[in-house]
Every structure is written in C-alpha cells, then in structure tokens.
Design a protein around this ligand. Structure first.
Ligand code: ADP
Ligand code: MG
Length: 361
C-alpha cells in the first residue's frame, strides 16, 4: 500500500543506415550515471533517468539494467506489473520489446537479439519452476486499433470487444481470450501469432510501423501448496508453527503486461494520407490522452484533480498501471538523429514527467 514511483529508463537506438547515409548528426549523448545530454543549435539540455541505454547497449543489458527481472518476480509474487515502451515511430519500441521482427517464413531472430518479452517469458518459466509452487500461466493479447479493442489470439477476422468497468475489477475487456501455456515455445508461438495479426503499415519513417497499441498480458495464478510438496520431493519438512496451513494460504494472482504503443508521429513527416491519416489521428489522440493523464498524475496527490482515464481506450486499460495498484516500468525510446530532435525532446520531457507519477501497489 506504500507509494512507489514509476520507473523510467531511456533507450537510444543506433543511427540507421539511411540516417548515416544522408549524414544525420548525433545530437544525443549519454553522460553515464543515468543522464543524457541533448545538444543542437538552439537546444542544450540534460535529463536524468533510472538508467540510460546508449546505442551500443545489448538487448541483454537492457533486460538486466532496466529492472525487468524484478518486475517478473513481482508478478510471480502477485502484483500487477506493466512495462510499456514509449516514443516516436521508428525509435525502437518494438525492437526493445520483441527484437527484430521476423515473419513466420523467415528464421527466428538470433537469441542475443530477443527482446524484453521473450527474456521475461524465459525468466518467468524458470522462476516458476524453481519456486516449486503450483503456478498456472495464461496469456491474453489485445490491440487497440482506431479506438477499437480487438483480440489478437482469437482466430478469424478481428472483431471489437467491449471495454467495461466494475467496482471490483476496474476497467476490463469482456470476452477476451486467455490461453493457458506451460512452455517457452508455447508462449513464443502465441506472441508470434498475435503480432502477425496486428495492424502494421509501411510509411516513410518505418517499414513495419505498428498502427495499433498492443497489450500482451501474462496471468500468473499460484495455488498455494504445502511446504512438503514441491521441489525436493520426498523430503519431509515440518513447517514452523507460524507458517499458515495450505488451506489458509490465499492463492496469489499476478499479471505481467507488455504494452507496445503505436508511435507518435506527425502526419506530414510520415507521408500518411486517407486511411493512414485516420489511423494516425486516432493514435495521436490516444497518446495525447495518455500524456494528459501522466501530467495530471505527476502532480502531488493532494493537488490532483480528476484524472480523465475515460478519454481513450488506452488510458482506461492503463489506469491501474499508472495511477492504481500496479508497478510500472516505462522504457522511453529515442533516435539519436538531428532530424528527430523535436520528437526526441518531446519524448524526453514526457518521460521526465512520468518519473513523478506514483502508484500504490
Ligand atoms: P518502433 O516500434 O518504435 O516504431 P522499431 O522497433 O520498429 O520502431 O524500430 C525501427 C527500426 O530500427 C527497425 O528496423 C529496428 O530493427 C531498428 N532498431 C531499433 N532499435 C534498434 C537497436 N537498439 N539496435 C538495432 N536496430 C534497432
Ligand atoms: Mg513498433
């Protein structure tokens, strides 16, 4: 019930070949110690985060240094945990969460390139085995596309699911599919299937730009078991008297949610028109709503006004992670290129503000 701050880390992606070829300058430099410096013609600013990952940082370094492992452990302990990647289109959000995208026909990405999600799945399964408790794992995968919530795991054409609110559950999606899994292969397969159903379109800034916000949630249900069962098989350990008996042990239910936001973008820069610009406007509107909620949440609790979670589907689904009982990690992603300067500054300001947001897990 104590207040805890949102943990915000920053990742700078390397310059892409195109950016290097056309001679873009690097305007972002890590100073070590979680600080980053932006220097360009009329800008000179330093920002601090819980951790900063420079262009050379490996996927493993991001997993270990971001606090992702602890988040997995907290989910196993029964907390609602969320990690979300945030930043301009093409800044490396999907890469950070899932690694380089591969289609089902192509060979899978090299293990070293796997993202936070696959690494978390491995850690989750490993931990759940070593804890020896009886854990049931299941996954659901949704996207918010043009302000509609769709199930990415149910076969057939996408249909919109209703988003409801109840006093006990908060905002929740009705009739979403939840699929049980027991192995790393099974959950990796669900991720692949779902991400291939996701709406993406190619535009000027990114060949596989995600046009929807995607939320993959792992549900962890632990059935309390007797201390005598579990690992070590036949060993008989007499529990000390203060250890509650199995029947008295409440079962724990944790969640681990990965949110891959569609990128913020200027319609002008992406060359979007027609349907694409409708998508872009919906994306921008929900990101604006998210930004608005974060600014209000960043104020001291006593000074807060009403938080308009209801302004978008995205903010409704993130209400618990941002202002409720969740534990949240935000990975802000930026490009180092001079051409992205204004979007980069906006991401940095947004992310700095998010550091003041607190929740009560
Ligand atoms: P976003 O999801 O933010 O729109 P992507 O994750 O799709 O952006 O990244 C855009 C491009 O940059 C992709 O081709 C991706 O492989 C590449 N990329 C992003 N981050 C990195 C990184 N840290 N190292 C190497 N390539 C990266
Ligand atoms: Mg993406």
């Amino acid at each position: 019930g104590r207040e805890t701050r949102l943990r915000v880390v920053l990742r700078v992606r390397p310059l892409t070949c195109t950016e290097t070829r056309r001679g873009d300058r690097r305007v972002v430099h890590s100073l070590g110690d979680g600080t980053i410096h932006v220097s360009a013609a009329r800008h000179d600013a330093t920002f601090g985060f819980s951790a900063v990952f420079d262009a050379g940082a490996s996927q493993e370094a991001v997993f270990e240094g971001s606090g992702m492992r602890q988040l997995v452990e907290l989910a196993l302990d029964g907390f609602s945990c969320t990690v979300f990647a945030f930043g301009q289109t093409g800044s490396g959000k999907t890469y950070t969460l899932m690694g380089p995208l591969t289609q089902s026909e192509t060979p899978p990405a090299a293990p070293g390139l796997l993202g936070l999600m696959q690494r978390s799945f491995a850690c989750l399964l490993e931990q759940s085995r070593s804890r020896g408790s009886d854990l049931a794992l299941s996954a659901s995968y949704l996207e918010i596309y043009n302000e509609q919530v769709r199930d990415l795991l149910s076969p057939g054409p996408p249909c919109a699911l209703p988003l409801r609110w109840s006093k006990t559950r908060g905002f929740y999606v009705e009739n979403q599919l939840s699929v049980d899994f027991e192995s790393l292969e099974a959950i990796a397969d669900l991720l692949l299937q779902g991400s291939q159903r996701r709406q993406t379109s190619a535009h000027a800034l990114n060949r596989h730009s995600s046009r929807s916000h995607a939320l993959l949630t792992i549900h962890v249900r632990s059935r309390a078991v007797s201390a005598r069962k579990g690992r070590g098989g036949g060993q008989s350990i007499t529990p000390p008297t203060w250890v509650p008996q199995p029947s008295a042990c409440p079962s724990k239910q944790g969640t681990l949610c990965f949110v891959d936001l569609a990128g913020s973008e200027r319609v002008k820069e992406t060359g979007s028109s027609g349907e694409l610009s409708v998508e872009a406007n919906n994306i921008n509107r929900s990101l604006l709503a998210l930004g608005h909620c974060i600014s209000l949440l960043a104020k001291a609790r006593g000074k807060r006004t009403h938080i308009p979670y209801r302004d978008s589907k995205l903010t409704r689904l993130l209400a618990r992670s941002l202002g409720g009982s969740g534990i949240t990690l935000m990975v802000a992603c930026i490009s180092p290129s001079s051409r992205c300067l204004s979007e980069t500054l906006s991401t940095l300001h947004y992310a700095s503000r998010a550091r003041r947001v607190t929740t009560r897990p």
